[in-house]
Design a protein around this ligand. Structure first.
Ligand code: M6R
Length: 608
C-alpha cells in the first residue's frame, strides 16, 4: 500500500526520496509527493497524481540541493487520488506523511477549528493536530507528535518535519511498518527496507507504540509513554540484484522463473534426504508439544490463504488424528471461533504486514494458542510477533501478483506438517515419499518452466479476447485452481473463478457457453477418472477447455493441452500452478495491461 521515505544527511535529499519511492512503487499507489527543507527551513513541496514519473516532471523544474525531506506514495483511502489529497500534508510549519488510517479523524477534525482543511484526507487532520501542539513553541516537535498520537485511534506509520527545525525528522508507528537506516553522517527512513538497499546495511525496525527522533547522526527512540527504548540495529540481508529485474521485462516473469532457486532457499538445511526427514529450527516446539497437536488453524489472505488450503490437504494425508482448518483472515478475525487448546496456528504472509492476518495473530495469541509464522519478509511485524516461525526465504517479491511465495509457503507448511508427523511417530515409509518429492521439486520446477513456456504463451495469446474463465480441479488440484483463477483475475482482469469439479453440477455448469473458457487441472491419480467424467460434462455443453495434465496418454477432445512431464506423483499440482502463473502473465501481456502493478491493488495490504 502506501510507502514512506525520509532523509536527513549531507547528500541531496530529493535524489534519495525519488529513488526510494521508486523502490516502493511495487506496493501500489495512485499519487506521490515529497517535501524537502533548505538549511534555513524553506520548504519545496511537490506532489502529483498518478505515477512517480509525473512527480519527476515537476521535480525537473524545482531542483533543490536540500539535505532533509520526507516522501510518500499514496494508495487512496480517504478521498480520491488527486494532487490535493497526495502527501505530504501541511499544517503551519509542519509537514506529515502517513501510512494507515486515523479512525477518529472526523471527531478530531471537528475540534481543529483554526486549520483550514484543503484535502479530504485523515492525514491532514493528523498534521493539524500535531501543529496544534507545536505552534507557539508549546512543545518541541517530537513531544508535539507524541501529544497528538495519544489522541489518535487507528493505525499509523508517520514521518514529520518542521520548517522551524530543518535538521530533524520525527517518525512513529502503530500497525504500519517503519525502518530507520543508519548511515555514515546520514539517517534514512522507509516503510520497507528495500528502499534502503544500496545506501546502508544497518537498520532499526521500529516497534508499535514507538517514536523516534532522528537527525543525521542520531536516532533516539522512546515509547509513546516517554520510556526510553534501546535501539537494536539489524543487518539488511537484501541485495540490489534481488530488487532488480535481472534482464526480464517484468518482475512477475523473473519471479516465476526464479522459483527453482527460491525454493532451494526455502529447503536449505531443512531436508535430510538420507534419513527421509525434515528439520525446522524456527517453530521452537518440543517433540512433546508437537505430539500433542490435534488441530491446525492456517490463517492467510489471497494467495497465502490458497497456499494454506493446499498445504492442509497434504498435511491431512500423512498426519494421523489431525484436523486442518484454513481460514481467510478478514473473516476469521470477526468470527467467534473457539480454538481447541491442543491447536497450533500457522500465520501465513509473504509481506508479514497484512492487517487482517496480523489482527488474527493477535486474537489467536490472546486465546493462549501457539502461533507459528510462515513469513517471507525478515523482521516484519508478523515475523516478530509470532511465537516461532519458518521464514520461506524467497527474497523480495516485487510484483503484486504473488508467485514464488506461494510455492514456498506450501512447501514450508508441508514441512511443518511432516515435523508434527515425525514427532507423532508416523512410519518413515509413509513420510519418505513426501520428503523425496520435496527434495526433487526445485529441479522439477526448473524442467517444467523450461518446457511449457512456449506452449503456454501461444495458448494464452489465443485466449486473449476472453473475459470469463472457470478454473477446475479436484482434491489438491482444487486449491491450485483457486490460486490460478486469482492470478488471472488480478492481473488480466478476466472474471476468473475456481470450482471443485464435483461442484459443477450444483450450479456452475449453467455458466458454460462461448463467453467462457475452462482451465482444467488434471493430475494423474485416484480421482483422475472422476475428473475426466466432469470434463466430459463440460465438453458436452460446448465448453472451451484448456487441459493441464501429466497423464501420458491423455486423449480427451479438448481445445488445448499443456502437457507436464514429471516424475512427481504427490506435488504435481504445484507444477500445474506454474502453468497458471505463466498463463496469467502471457494473457496480461496479450491484453496489454500493467503486469507488475495491476489497477486498484497494492502489494502489501496494511489497512483493513
Ligand atoms: O503479504 P501477504 O502474503 O499477507 O499478502 C496476502 C495477499 O494480499 C496476497 O497474497 C494477494 O492476494 C496477492 N496479490 C495475490 O497474488
Amino acid at each position: 500500500m502506501c510507502g514512506i521515505v525520509g532523509y536527513v544527511g549531507n547528500k541531496n535529499a530529493q535524489n534519495f526520496l525519488i529513488s526510494g519511492l521508486k523502490r516502493l512503487e511495487y506496493r501500489g499507489y495512485d499519487s506521490a509527493g515529497i517535501v524537502t527543507l533548505s538549511a534555513d527551513g524553506e520548504p519545496t513541496l511537490l506532489r502529483a497524481k498518478g505515477k512517480i514519473a509525473n512527480l519527476e516532471e515537476k521535480l525537473a523544474k524545482n531542483k533543490r540541493d536540500d539535505k532533509i525531506g520526507i516522501g510518500h506514495t499514496r494508495w487512496a483511502t480517504h478521498g480520491e487520488p488527486s494532487e490535493t489529497n497526495a502527501h505530504p500534508h501541511q499544517a503551519g510549519n509542519i509537514y506529515v506523511v502517513h501510512n494507515g488510517i486515523i479512525e477518529n479523524y472526523k471527531e478530531l477534525k471537528a475540534a481543529l477549528k483554526e486549520h483550514e482543511f484543503k484535502s479530504e484526507t485523515d492525514t491532514e487532520v493528523l498534521a493539524a493536530l500535531i501543529e496544534s501542539f507545536y505552534k507557539d513553541g508549546k512543545y518541541p516537535l517530537s513531544n508535539a507528535v507524541v501529544q497528538a498520537l495519544k489522541l489518535v485511534k487507528g493505525t499509523f506509520g508517520i514521518a514529520v518535519v518542521s520548517t522551524k527545525t530543518p535538521d530533524e525528522i520525527v517518525v512513529a508507528r502503530s500497525g504500519s511498518p517503519l525502518v530507520i537506516g543508519v548511515g555514515h553522517d546520514e539517517t534514512l527512513i522507509a516503510s520497507d527496507a528495500s528502499a534502503l538497499v544500496g545506501h546502508t546495511k544497518q537498520a532499526i525496525y521500529l516497534n508499535d507504540g514507538e517514536v523516534a527522533h532522528v537527525t543525521k547522526n542520531s536516532v533516539e527512540i522512546k515509547t509513546l509513554n516517554a520510556e526510553p527504548v534501546s535501539a537494536k540495529v539489524e543487518e539488511i540481508e537484501t541485495n540490489l540484484a534481488a530488487i532488480q529485474k535481472g534482464g526480464y521485462d517484468h518482475f512477475l516473469l523473473k519471479e516465476i522463473m526464479e522459483q527453482p532457486e527460491s525454493l532451494k532457499e526455502t529447503l536449505r538445511g531443512r531436508v535430510n534426504l538420507a534419513a527421509g526427514t525434515v528439520h525446522l529450527g524456527g517453530p521452537g516446539l518440543s517433540v512433546a508439544e508437537l505430539r500433542q497437536i490435534k488441530h491446525l488453524v492456517i490463517v492467510g489472505c489471497g494467495t497465502a490463504y490458497h497456499a494454506g488450503l493446499l498445504a492442509g490437504y497434504y498435511i491431512e494425508q500423512f498426519t494421523p488424528e489431525i484436523t486442518v482448518e484454513t481460514v481467510i483472515a478478514s473473516e476469521y478475525r470477526y468470527r467467534n471461533a473457539y480454538i481447541p487448546k491442543d491447536s497450533v496456528a500457522l500465520i501465513v504472509s509473504q509481506s508479514g504486514e497484512t492487517a487482517d492476518t496480523l489482527a488474527c495473530l493477535r486474537e489467536i495469541k490472546k486465546q493462549g494458542i501457539k502461533t507459528i509464522g510462515i513469513v517471507n519478509a525478515i523482521g516484519s511485524t508478523i515475523a516478530r510477533e509470532v511465537d516461532g516461525g519458518t521464514y520461506v526465504h524467497v527474497g523480495p517479491e516485487i510484483s503484486v501478483a504473488s508467485t514464488k511465495a506461494f510455492t514456498s509457503q506450501v512447501v514450508a507448511m508441508v514441512m511443518f506438517g511432516l515435523t508434527i508427523a515425525q514427532a507423532k511417530g508416523v512410519k518413515p515409509g509413509t513420510l519418505r515419499p513426501y520428503v523425496e518429492e520435496i527434495a526433487k521439486l526445485p529441479e522439477e520446477i526448473h524442467s517444467v518452466l523450461d518446457t511449457v513456456v512456449e506452449d503456454v504463451k501461444k495458448i494464452a495469446e489465443a485466449h486473449k479476447d476472453y473475459d470469463h474463465a472457470i478454473y477446475l480441479g479436484r482434491d489438491t488440484a482444487y486449491p491450485t485452481a483457486m490460486e490460478g483463477a486469482l492470478k488471472l483475475k488480478e492481473i488480466s482482469y478476466v472474471d476468473a473463478n475456481a470450482y471443485a469439479f464435483g461442484e459443477l453440477k450444483h450450479g456452475p455448469l449453467a455458466l458454460i457457453d462461448d463467453r467462457f473458457f475452462e482451465m482444467a487441472l488434471l493430475p494423474e491419480g485416484d480421482l483422475y477418472d472422476k475428473a475426466v467424467s466432469n470434463v466430459q460434462e463440460v465438453l458436452a455443453r460446448g465448453g472451451h477447455i484448456i487441459a493441464v495434465t501429466n497423464v501420458e496418454n491423455f486423449d480427451l477432445p479438448v481445445e488445448s493441452v499443456v502437457k507436464i512431464t514429471t516424475s512427481l506423483e504427490i506435488f504435481t499440482p504445484i507444477l500445474m500452478n506454474l502453468v497458471s502463473q505463466l498463463f496469467a502473465y502471457y494473457m496480461t501481456i496479450a491484453k496489454g495491461y500493467n503486469v507488475d502493478q495491476p489497477r486498484n491493488l497494492a502489494k502489501s495490504v496494511t489497512v483493513e
